[in-house]
Design a protein. Sequence first.
Length: 533
Amino acid sequence: MTTPQHEIALAVEYHNAGRLNEAEPIYRKVLQLSPDEPDALHLLGVVLNGTERSDQAVKLIRRSLQLRSNFPPALYNLGNACWKAGRLTEAATAYRKSIAQDPSKSGIYINLGRCLEEMGDLQEATAVYEAHLRQFGVNGAILYRVTDLYARQNLRQEAVETCRRALDGLEGSAQEREVALSCCTILLNIAWIEDALLAQAYTVARRVLAERPKSVVAFFMIGYYLYSTGRFDTACRLARRVLKRYTALEIAGNNLLRIWYLCRIDRDFFKNLDRLSEKFSELPAIERSVRSSEGNGPVLYFCCDDRYYHHFGPRLIDSIAQTNRDATIHFHVIDPTTATTNAMLGQQARNDVIFNFTSEQTAELPPLLRKGFLRTYYASIRFVRLLEIQAIYGRRVAQIDMDSILVGNFAALCASLPDAEVHILHDGIHSGPSREFNASLFMIDQTPAARRYAELVARYIVYFLFADIPYWMLDQAALYCAHWYLRSTGNAPVTTSVHSRRAAEAIFFSAAEALSEKTVNLDRHLASLTFTT
């Protein structure tokens, strides 16, 4: 005679083989005969959770625990079902109870940590991962999570120490050492990596790259170390050599590779840029509406698409009028609708600022560029159009990000800065050559050296837009690489950086990623201000 245990054993075989549709009716058959069979209740719940019926799963597994409370696997699976059902607090409680009953299972700590992260409880998630490290020893994935969590909690010393633990402890295989290097990239991205730690990472990265010639993180760390120690030319030569190991698809799919792909500083490359004049003819034609090019002080120049104009333009123009009366504002808008064009014509009727604009339509662009890289085009074309903006006004132009408001007198800020031909925003984050020059604020004079720099930046961008692959961050790579090249040939304009704290005297930049968050940040900051002129 077949017993419930025999039936359950057969169902478990099907279950473990992934044949859930065959396991489920057997569990149900057992429960018809023995409604309080805890194993059948628990395992049927697991099946239901695996087939997108998580709420039903929670009920069944809870019932099994009422019948057998000391049941760590059921508590673990209850946590999984609650988490999948979006009941995070209940999931965390179940995981904690499972660990309390049996602390020997690594996966429960990991799931509890991930659940707590999703709940926003970063402090407890960190504590859970640290407990995992004490219980089970060095683990690369956990060390990476802990480094990231300390960074997100602004705990610099703890993040650095965890990264050091990873470099010291993950010595077994090249793959483990890659994880340690990934911990370093977390610190690098927020400017927390210390010189000694970076040098240690460089040594580890060289070993990894020797063993795994296509290790992206090892290549990136070596390149970053060379760049940060004043050997950017060596880093670029390494990049040209290493990038040949990857397919175009691999480069396109990896941000660290794309950054180095965009970096060119060799003389032949820049000589070829001087022969790119015909590529400028492929740019869309510009429509102008310039009320007046006269005025004093820098031209405040903004570039955006139609959507960004509607989200940020009117608020931005109003903030300038309140803080910089009689300033000259120039908007370059991509793909404006008729309504947007009419709205900008309306702005030209103001008597508190001089408002001018130009526009273009991307329907004239090549299809590949329009479909695959339009976001890069929107971000980069501002530095190409800068040449024409300079020609219109014949004086200093300050290119400023659209997702901002002016909160102080910009001319006064300029007067307080060191004398230079080019001013570039500096926020202290040296996370690579495409991040060295922050394009949020770029101010340039009309001197020959400055115009030559602006022209090289424009040609650099046009080359990638029309003759290569224009990956994201092209604009900032162009700013840095063109400047580096001119500096290496003794032809760079006099350049100085404007620290972000200094820029904040006149400009508030929204630091958010999502469009809705940017708008909320700007509105909140605007409401808190008492404007000074």
